[in-house]
Write a protein that binds this ligand. Structure first.
Ligand code: HEC
Length: 115
Protein backbone atom coordinates (compact mmCIF):
# COMPACT_ATOMS: atom_id res chain seq x y z
CA UNK A 1 0.00 0.00 0.00
CA UNK A 2 2.80 2.32 0.97
CA UNK A 3 4.55 1.59 -2.35
CA UNK A 4 1.49 2.44 -4.35
CA UNK A 5 1.29 5.77 -2.60
CA UNK A 6 4.96 6.44 -3.18
CA UNK A 7 4.62 5.62 -6.86
CA UNK A 8 1.73 8.00 -7.12
CA UNK A 9 3.65 10.83 -5.49
CA UNK A 10 6.73 10.26 -7.65
CA UNK A 11 4.81 10.07 -10.91
CA UNK A 12 2.72 13.12 -10.04
CA UNK A 13 5.84 15.11 -9.22
CA UNK A 14 7.54 14.04 -12.46
CA UNK A 15 4.38 14.77 -14.39
CA UNK A 16 4.20 18.26 -12.97
CA UNK A 17 7.89 18.99 -13.38
CA UNK A 18 8.59 17.53 -16.82
CA UNK A 19 6.90 20.24 -18.93
CA UNK A 20 8.74 22.81 -16.88
CA UNK A 21 12.09 21.06 -17.34
CA UNK A 22 11.45 20.64 -21.05
CA UNK A 23 10.29 24.24 -21.29
CA UNK A 24 13.50 25.60 -19.80
CA UNK A 25 15.72 23.68 -22.22
CA UNK A 26 13.51 24.08 -25.28
CA UNK A 27 13.27 27.81 -24.66
CA UNK A 28 17.01 28.32 -24.53
CA UNK A 29 17.47 26.26 -27.70
CA UNK A 30 14.71 27.93 -29.68
CA UNK A 31 15.80 31.36 -28.50
CA UNK A 32 19.30 30.64 -29.75
CA UNK A 33 17.91 29.33 -33.03
CA UNK A 34 15.85 32.49 -33.54
CA UNK A 35 18.87 34.71 -32.85
CA UNK A 36 21.06 32.66 -35.18
CA UNK A 37 18.50 32.74 -37.99
CA UNK A 38 17.91 36.43 -37.44
CA UNK A 39 21.51 37.65 -37.21
CA UNK A 40 24.00 35.00 -38.37
CA UNK A 41 22.58 32.74 -41.08
CA UNK A 42 22.66 35.45 -43.76
CA UNK A 43 26.44 34.92 -43.82
CA UNK A 44 27.14 31.66 -41.99
CA UNK A 45 24.25 29.75 -43.57
CA UNK A 46 21.17 28.08 -42.08
CA UNK A 47 23.19 24.84 -41.83
CA UNK A 48 26.20 26.64 -40.35
CA UNK A 49 28.33 25.67 -43.34
CA UNK A 50 29.43 29.26 -44.09
CA UNK A 51 27.36 29.37 -47.30
CA UNK A 52 24.66 31.88 -46.37
CA UNK A 53 23.04 34.03 -49.08
CA UNK A 54 25.46 36.92 -48.43
CA UNK A 55 28.57 34.78 -47.99
CA UNK A 56 29.96 35.23 -51.51
CA UNK A 57 30.45 38.96 -50.88
CA UNK A 58 33.05 38.36 -48.15
CA UNK A 59 36.75 37.76 -48.16
CA UNK A 60 37.69 35.79 -46.18
CA UNK A 61 34.45 33.80 -46.46
CA UNK A 62 32.28 33.35 -43.33
CA UNK A 63 33.55 30.57 -41.08
CA UNK A 64 32.15 27.06 -41.64
CA UNK A 65 30.85 25.91 -38.23
CA UNK A 66 30.38 22.34 -39.45
CA UNK A 67 34.16 22.00 -39.78
CA UNK A 68 35.42 20.03 -36.74
CA UNK A 69 38.57 22.22 -36.74
CA UNK A 70 36.46 25.19 -35.75
CA UNK A 71 35.50 23.44 -32.50
CA UNK A 72 39.07 22.96 -31.26
CA UNK A 73 40.26 24.85 -28.21
CA UNK A 74 38.33 27.50 -26.29
CA UNK A 75 35.55 27.94 -28.85
CA UNK A 76 32.96 29.48 -26.57
CA UNK A 77 35.26 32.35 -25.70
CA UNK A 78 36.11 32.73 -29.38
CA UNK A 79 32.41 32.95 -30.31
CA UNK A 80 31.65 35.42 -27.49
CA UNK A 81 34.60 37.66 -28.43
CA UNK A 82 33.73 37.54 -32.12
CA UNK A 83 30.12 38.57 -31.46
CA UNK A 84 31.17 41.43 -29.13
CA UNK A 85 34.13 42.80 -31.07
CA UNK A 86 33.43 41.64 -34.60
CA UNK A 87 36.07 40.16 -36.81
CA UNK A 88 36.43 42.12 -40.01
CA UNK A 89 34.69 41.77 -42.38
CA UNK A 90 32.19 40.46 -39.80
CA UNK A 91 30.55 43.29 -37.82
CA UNK A 92 30.22 43.31 -34.01
CA UNK A 93 26.74 42.71 -32.57
CA UNK A 94 24.92 44.44 -29.73
CA UNK A 95 23.73 41.43 -27.73
CA UNK A 96 23.35 40.83 -24.00
CA UNK A 97 24.98 37.93 -22.15
CA UNK A 98 21.81 35.79 -22.24
CA UNK A 99 21.44 36.19 -25.99
CA UNK A 100 25.10 35.40 -26.58
CA UNK A 101 24.87 32.30 -24.39
CA UNK A 102 21.69 31.14 -26.16
CA UNK A 103 23.19 31.50 -29.64
CA UNK A 104 26.50 29.92 -28.59
CA UNK A 105 24.66 26.91 -27.11
CA UNK A 106 22.51 26.64 -30.21
CA UNK A 107 25.57 26.62 -32.44
CA UNK A 108 27.41 23.97 -30.49
CA UNK A 109 24.35 21.74 -30.19
CA UNK A 110 23.49 22.09 -33.88
CA UNK A 111 26.71 22.38 -35.87
CA UNK A 112 29.41 20.89 -33.69
CA UNK A 113 31.05 17.78 -35.07
CA UNK A 114 33.86 16.05 -33.33
CA UNK A 115 36.62 14.44 -35.34
C1 HEC B 1 27.86 40.11 -42.57
C2 HEC B 1 28.21 38.70 -42.55
C3 HEC B 1 28.31 38.04 -41.21
C4 HEC B 1 27.34 37.96 -40.23
C5 HEC B 1 25.94 38.55 -40.26
C6 HEC B 1 27.91 37.16 -39.15
N1 HEC B 1 29.19 36.77 -39.48
FE1 HEC B 1 30.44 35.68 -38.32
N2 HEC B 1 31.88 35.83 -39.73
C7 HEC B 1 31.76 36.46 -40.95
C8 HEC B 1 33.01 36.35 -41.70
C9 HEC B 1 33.26 36.90 -43.08
C10 HEC B 1 33.91 35.63 -40.86
C11 HEC B 1 35.36 35.23 -41.17
C12 HEC B 1 36.29 36.26 -40.57
C13 HEC B 1 37.74 35.83 -40.69
O1 HEC B 1 38.00 34.67 -41.04
O2 HEC B 1 38.58 36.67 -40.43
C14 HEC B 1 33.16 35.31 -39.64
C15 HEC B 1 33.69 34.59 -38.57
C16 HEC B 1 32.98 34.21 -37.46
C17 HEC B 1 33.50 33.40 -36.39
C18 HEC B 1 34.88 32.76 -36.33
C19 HEC B 1 35.86 33.60 -35.58
C20 HEC B 1 37.18 32.89 -35.43
O3 HEC B 1 38.06 33.47 -34.83
O4 HEC B 1 37.33 31.75 -35.89
C21 HEC B 1 32.49 33.25 -35.47
C22 HEC B 1 32.56 32.49 -34.16
C23 HEC B 1 31.35 33.97 -35.96
N3 HEC B 1 31.66 34.54 -37.17
C24 HEC B 1 30.14 34.03 -35.32
C25 HEC B 1 29.03 34.73 -35.78
C26 HEC B 1 27.78 34.81 -35.08
C27 HEC B 1 27.47 34.10 -33.77
C28 HEC B 1 26.97 35.60 -35.82
C29 HEC B 1 25.55 36.04 -35.48
C30 HEC B 1 25.39 36.71 -34.20
C31 HEC B 1 27.71 36.01 -37.01
N4 HEC B 1 28.96 35.46 -36.94
C32 HEC B 1 27.22 36.83 -38.00
C33 HEC B 1 30.64 37.12 -41.42
C34 HEC B 1 29.46 37.28 -40.72
Amino acid sequence: MKNVFLCLVVSLTLGILSPWVRGVFADEYSRGKTIYEDKCQICHGIKGDGKGPASAAFKPRPTDFTDPNFWQGDVNKNIVDTIRKGRPPMPAFEMNDDEIKAVTDYMSRTFKKTK
